[in-house]
Design a protein around this ligand. Structure first.
Ligand SMILES: NC(=O)c1ccc[n+]([C@@H]2O[C@H](COP(=O)([O-])OP(=O)(O)OC[C@H]3O[C@@H](n4cnc5c(N)ncnc54)[C@H](OP(=O)(O)O)[C@@H]3O)[C@@H](O)[C@H]2O)c1
Length: 278
């Protein structure tokens, strides 16, 4: 199982152009828009860094907590279910951790939580907006609430957290915002109207923020993955394992977290970091 890293030096290359050239490649890491200007030149030592991670109880969130914890990071963990957060803290034996339960589909709750965290934790080094929901329906079948909830969780929550916690991030010497996007942020799946729309929006927001903060010291990174073996979306892990036997490709969340965290530590940080299996 190999991983191929492709450096695209021409900033005008588009994702679809790149994909048209690499259809046969199984594992692809694509740094976008590499120029001397946006190659970041600092090393992130995660020891004692305060990492705020949303969606911590999900498959990808837990894997990132496990990976960041190996380097001695401190955590502020957010998810929808307090009991699952408690279980996660016990399972990983996290020592320096604060947990917060909320429902991001309620924008008032999201805003209040961000204000509470801003007050309780003066400095935040990494904000990882990772919570997400996958509503896979077409226009005819989707109910409006699912559409609005999808935007509230996948787009508005990352916006509100980034906006309200900006001053806390600016207290860090190595501030970073990591947004968990998806291959669905640039590749259309016709049955995924809401999910595609939210991940396209998140991608636009993240890449624009990366530009905005390039000279102001905050690194903004979008992670774009193809399918990962978690309970995300309408299919659970047993369903996905059956699909895998029929040829569908899934990354393991542990692999995704290890790969991305190691690139963060090695200084290989780009506006968009993709892990795609064709
Ligand atoms: N799995 C994939 O194939 C894949 C591929 C590319 C990108 N992604 C992205 O990766 C991120 C994490 O996905 P995952 O695979 O780890 O999914 P997951 O296992 O379903 O985890 C999602 C996390 O988000 C939380 N969450 C969901 N709705 C919430 C809400 N209304 N309020 C607060 N928290 C909420 C969940 O908490 P509860 O469990 O308590 O609801 C859970 O902690 C998502 O942004 C997803 O779009 C996933």
């Amino acid at each position: 199982m190999g991983l191929l890293f492709i450096d695209i030096l021409q900033p005008h290359y588009t994702i679809s152009y790149i994909f048209s050239k690499i259809n046969l490649i199984r594992y692809v890491y694509i740094p976008l828009n590499i120029t001397a200007q946006n190659l970041y030149n600092f090393h992130v030592d995660l020891k004692n860094k305060t990492i705020l991670l949303t969606g911590a109880t999900g498959g990808i969130g837990e894997a990132f907590v496990q990976e960041f914890a190996k380097d001695g990071a401190k955590f502020i963990l957010v998810a929808k279910n307090q009991e699952e957060l408690n279980q996660l803290v016990t399972k990983i034996s996290l020592k320096d951790v604060s947990i917060y339960e909320t429902d991001f589909s309620d924008i008032g709750k999201t805003t209040n939580l961000a204000l509470q965290i801003a007050k309780n934790h003066p400095q935040i080094d990494i904000l990882m907006n990772n919570a997400g929901i996958g509503v896979y329906d077409n226009l005819e079948n989707i109910d409006p609430k699912s559409w609005f909830d999808s935007f509230a969780v996948n787009v508005h929550a990352p916006f509100i957290f980034s906006k309200i916690l900006l001053a806390n991030l600016q207290k860090s010497s190595t501030p970073m915002i990591i947004n968990t996007g998806s291959q669905c942020g640039f590749k259309i799946e016709e049955t995924r109207l809401a999910y595609n729309s939210t991940k396209f929006a998140l991608r636009g927001m993240s890449l624009t923020m990366a530009q905005e903060f390039r000279d102001k010291g905050i690194k903004v990174v979008l992670l774009s993955f193809s399918s990962v073996m978690t309970n995300f979306g309408p299919l659970d892990i047993p369903d996905k394992k059956r699909l895998e036997q029929n040829g569908h490709k899934y990354f393991r969340p542990e692999y995704v977290a290890k790969e991305i965290v190691s690139r963060i530590k090695q200084d290989h940080i780009e506006d968009e970091m993709c892990l795609i299996q064709e």
